[in-house]
Write a protein that binds this ligand. Sequence first.
Ligand code: 0WE
Length: 266
Amino acid sequence: MGLLKDKKILITGMISNRSIAYGVAQACRREGAQLAFTYLNEDLRARVTRVAAEFQPSFLSPCDVSSDEQIAALFDKVGKEWGALDGLLHSVAFAPREALAGDFLNGISRDAFRVAHDISSYSFAAMAKGARPLMQGRNGSLLTLSYLGATKSIPNYNLMGVAKASLEANVRYMASCLGPEGLRVNAIAAGPIKSLAASGIGQFNKIFKHVEHVAPLRRNVTIEEVGNVAAFYFSDLSSAVTGEITNVDCGYSSIAVGIDEQKDEE
Ligand code: 0WE
């Protein structure tokens, strides 16, 4: 279809072929974009390089978003390699494990709060600062990933919910800030997906099954479907959309009560 023909899109957060970022890369490549990828550290370089190979990446670059120096070096490289940037996918989040389980208040601490907000929310603004000069005059699009836990309490999501609420506010303020320059900022709130980010999370499977049984579409969303909405956001089809959080969750967020008919049999 070529919705993104020759657009240059930088993708963070791709660590396996189950990552949401992988679904986004697939859709963007299919639509004709040129892609580049970041990886967290040297330990993960080979792995990300392997996963990215099928997308014929223009380049890969390290980026630990907790480091201003690494963010600066990343956009330095984007400038040298591409000279410009059309799209940025922010698909990065972290909260210390003890703050993602059980009692919300017992799990939270000043340090966990700081880390979760730094990695999961501030990093989007930090990357936007770096991307801004490279995105001038080309109707660029910045996109991040959120989750329903930002606006509704969800068992165990805990501190991440607070950090996602911050990220969603960041989307709105960044949209206001960058709109006059023609840049758009949006988020996709994806339904639960079995990626590495979900592995080992207590009761994730219960949430996953619950959504599958009660969501209007009676199933969970795929990374391909999230990727397609991302491609729309990176494309000129969404040229009037900014500051928006879009649920891509098979309708789950639109219901107040779901009766799980299979529950008694399980
Ligand atoms: O945002 C997320 C999870 C992101 C995440 C994952 C981890 C696992 C390893 C952030 N920090 C960490 N820290 C670690 O140590 N999701 C939307 C996936 C998710 O996580 C949940 C969910 C869902 C859905 C946690 C509890 C309940 C539901």
